[in-house]
Design a protein around this ligand. Structure first.
Ligand SMILES: C[S@@+](CC[C@H](N)C(=O)[O-])C[C@H]1O[C@@H](n2cnc3c(N)ncnc32)[C@H](O)[C@@H]1O
Length: 361
């Protein structure tokens, strides 16, 4: 029987990290509450609890990939692959106009936009314009960045955009480990300097935001640097450092396994469903405007539930694929084999893994 890793893509190290991540969502919710948003959340949660599949609520959270292009080459990241297999999504960047269309259609109900996917959002100035567009509409924005950016006024630009949270990805403290994870181009000193400038600019402007969260993916080869990372984090003055378990394929080398996480490879079908709320609460929009229920399996364009260059968001949100996903999640036992939606492959729902489309070819 094949072994697969049934753990989610990322997992916080310890309850503290998980609570802080949840608290971030709660902060956006409280900061951005309006009667329309409150009513929409109530409707969305009601629809979810009642198992409705065609719904009268809109997402209150979106993850939007402003850039699918990256300056670094993190191991295992689909965004940094230079070679594309047939059918794989081309890495591009979203236009400001497309982004504005999305926000114009959904913004009334949104508390929060996570403005990153598999590329580097701060590579392009449009990202700051996108954040500003949301801030002016009372929507929280979170960006995750490697901060390997050479731009003198980056800190001022970030502060001026109204960004709520900056997740700073740096998976080590020394050049050796950071390059091993993030590729030979990665420069931790440049990233630390940029983060330091953001913190100084926050102090200068007496601003609480953006909350700066250093995200450190723990592996076997960098876990010895965790203590050093805590010290550097304190010196930089970031709000928090959070350690997480990265995603890597089951056949990755031993060095990717950290002793801090149990090896979670379990027999297929062993885990019971934990359910999923995404298709009632949010959606993922890729750099080329493809819409999916979440960022798992976004690699192939054929997995898209629709594309915003052809169809409006509302139509996709209550289109055949979203409805099928909600049906599947509401009743995993009643699963119909020919249901061709990506939720069918989701280990979070406790399904034995289907053979991925790309392996059938
Ligand atoms: C793919 S990155 C892209 C955004 C940006 N370029 C960055 O580095 O933060 C999105 C998120 O995934 C996290 N990440 C990076 N490598 C990962 C891995 N192997 N498994 C899980 N998450 C990872 C990063 O810390 C980041 O928060």
């Amino acid at each position: 029987m094949p072994l697969i890793d049934l753990q989610g893509a990322t997992a916080g190290y310890g309850a503290g990290t998980r609570i802080r991540i949840m608290a971030g969502h709660l902060r956006s919710l409280v900061r951005r509450l309006t009667p329309a948003r409150f009513l929409n959340v109530m409707k969305a949660e009601g629809n979810r609890v009642l198992g409705r599949t065609r719904i009268n609520s809109m997402p209150f959270f979106l993850k939007i990939e402003s850039s699918g292009l990256c300056n670094l080459g993190c191991r295992w990241c689909t965004g940094s692959r230079t070679e594309r297999a047939r059918g794989e999504r081309q890495r591009t960047r979203m236009s400001l106009e497309r982004f504005q269309e999305i926000i114009d259609e959904t913004g009334k109900y949104l508390f929060r936009v996570n403005l990153y996917g598999f590329g580097e959002p701060l590579l392009f100035p449009e990202t700051l314009d996108m954040i500003r567009y949301c801030s002016h509409r009372n929507i929280s924005v979170v960006v995750s960045s490697n901060m390997n950016i050479r731009q003198d006024d980056l800190a001022e630009g970030i502060l001026g955009s109204g960004l709520e949270q900056l997740i700073f990805s740096c998976h080590g403290t020394s050049g050796k480990t950071v390059k091993e994870f993030m590729g030979p181009e990665a420069e931790p000193d440049l990233a630390f300097e940029n983060v330091r400038r953001v913190v100084l600019e926050k102090r200068r402007q007496r601003s609480r935001y953006p909350i700066v969260s250093w995200q450190f993916c723990i592996t076997g080869f960098n876990q010895h640097e965790m203590e050093e990372a805590r010290k550097i984090a304190a010196g930089l003055g970031v709000n928090e450092i959070r350690f997480i378990k990265p995603w890597f394929p089951p056949d990755a080398g031993r060095e990717w396994h950290s002793s801090l996480f149990p090896e979670r490879s379990v027999m297929k079908g062993e885990r019971r469903s934990r359910g999923c709320a995404w298709p009632w609460r949010g959606a993922y929009i890729s750099c080329d405007s493809g819409v999916l229920p979440c960022c798992r399996e976004e690699l192939f364009v054929r997995n898209d539930y629709g594309n915003l260059s052809e169809t409006g968001f509302r139509e996709i949100w209550n289109g055949t694929s979203f409805v099928k996903s909600r049906k599947l999640i509401g009743n995993p036992g009643g699963y119909i084999p020919e249901t061709p939606v990506i939720c069918r492959n989701c280990p979070e729902l406790g399904f034995p893994p289907a053979v991925p489309e790309w392996e059938k070819e």
